[in-house]
Design a protein around this ligand. Structure first.
Ligand code: PMP
Length: 410
């Protein structure tokens, strides 16, 4: 268990003992986990906290007055306060959801949008920040430039069309680039739009940037927490504007045979029994991240991003999807195209089976962006707290051995 406050350089060495999965061997290989943009590994404290809920508390929340139920309710609400402190909002501005996708759907379906309403969506957005908007409104992508970075002039132009909502993505799960969301949200707000931020890829490394943002969504599982828990925060009363998509237990104060009275947010947006054990796990994950410190996390993210970029740039066989300038603000997530090799999943499989290196291939649920810059597939290497520069170097050295056997050019 982590006992000292780490610096960015110490981070991987200090945290690794806390992640039991890293003790596993696959066919004798140590596991190098570089698929963190998909989901992170979980430290023991998270699993132990969830076990504590199931073995020592186990009761439902907000349902009864017995001792175990009161403990569960108090601890569950304690995590809500912890999430609120993390996001810089009030406790009643935090809704627990299943994941980022559900949080974004809650907003897209709850704002009373119609087919005449315009929603601007990020061209480099994840499908979860594209499709919910397409289902409920007319959408227009915010263009990116030839490097895959947001085109702020084109964005300014689009805002003249008076969108009702601007959906932003803080960090691309393909290019790893952080968008200037504070500036973009302030521009959107001046244009009278509701602003919604997908922070799924940024919150593992940075606290949410909520200046000018009405709603922000993220998932516990990408920030050392469990699967099955997400967060929707609505600032300045934004949650009050959302219609509840689901009603039932937990959402009402009072019911007779004809009428019912909905509770105030966040409760009216949390229908039925939530993932209580998962929320306990999220609380432990946030506590763990706080002990590491977001300054160290962000510095570590930047250092690994720089190393990935350097390794990729030095190899003519690889083409980086996204900007190549070291001055771009980016996370330690890099996606690569490999000219001459059509099946990148074959590379990912060999890296896994022969080297113990887990990375991702495919369109990464951001198909419009990946299709524009590649032949429909990329290989993604995404790092987090327990990874170090040596592991990044090892992944690229593995590529040096694999690519010639698959006909890569360069
Ligand atoms: N947005 C982004 C940028 C993502 O990377 C992801 C997950 N890959 C999501 C949204 C969806 O997250 P979840 O699957 O946890 O709902």
């Amino acid at each position: 268990m982590l006992t000292e406050t780490p610096t960015a350089v110490d981070l991987p060495r200090l945290v690794r003992p806390d992640f039991p999965l890293l003790d596993r061997r696959l066919d004798g290989n140590e596991i190098v986990y570089l698929d963190n943009a998909a989901t992170s590994l979980k430290p023991s404290v998270v699993v132990e906290e969830m076990t504590r809920y199931y073995t020592e508390v186990s009761a439902n929340i907000h349902r009864g007055r017995h001792r175990l139920s009161e403990t569960a309710s108090a601890e569950f609400e304690g995590v809500r306060q912890r999430v609120a402190a993390f996001a810089g909002v009030r406790g009643d501005e935090v809704v627990f959801t299943l994941n980022t996708t559900e949080a974004l759907n809650l907003v897209a379906s709850g704002l009373g949008l119609g087919s005449r309403d315009l929603v601007l969506v990020p061209f480099d957005g994840h499908h979860s920040n594209l499709l919910p908007w397409r289902r409920h409104a007319r959408t227009e992508p915010i263009p990116v430039d030839s490097m895959g970075c947001v085109d702020l002039d084109a964005y300014e132009e689009l805002l003249r069309r008076r969108p009702r909502v601007v959906a932003l993505g803080h960090c691309s799960n393909v290019t790893g680039v952080y968008a200037p969301v504070t500036q973009m949200a302030s521009m959107a707000r001046s244009a009278g739009a509701v602003t919604v931020l997908d922070a799924a890829q940024s919150v593992p490394h940075r606290r949410p940037e909520l200046d000018g943002v009405d709603f922000v969504a993220f998932s516990a599982h990408k920030m050392l927490g469990p699967t099955g828990v997400g967060v929707l925060c609505g600032t300045g009363g934004a949650l009050e504007r959302l219609d509840s998509r689901s009603v039932g237990g937990g959402t009402v104060d009072w019911v007779d045979l004809e009428r019912y009275e909905l509770r105030r947010p966040p409760h009216r947006l949390e229908a039925g029994t939530p993932n209580i054990g998962g929320v306990y796990g999220l609380g432990a994950a946030l506590g763990y991240l706080d002990r590491l410190g977001f300054d160290a996390l962000a510095a570590h993210d930047r250092a690994l991003a720089g190393r990935q970029l350097g390794e990729a740039l030095s190899r003519p066989a690889l083409r980086i999807v996204g900007p190549t300038s070291p001055s771009v603000d980016r996370s330690a997530t890099i996606s690569l195209a490999v000219p001459g090799v059509s099946s990148l999943r074959e590379i990912a499989r060999i890296m896994s089976d022969s080297y113990g290196i887990m990375c991702r291939s495919g369109h990464l649920c951001a198909q419009p962006l990946v299709d524009r810059f590649t032949d429909h597939e990329v290989l993604r290497i995404s790092a987090y707290v327990y990874n170090d520069e040596e592991q990044i170097a090892r992944a690229f050295a593995a590529l040096d051995e694999i690519l010639p056997t698959l006909g890569a050019v360069g």
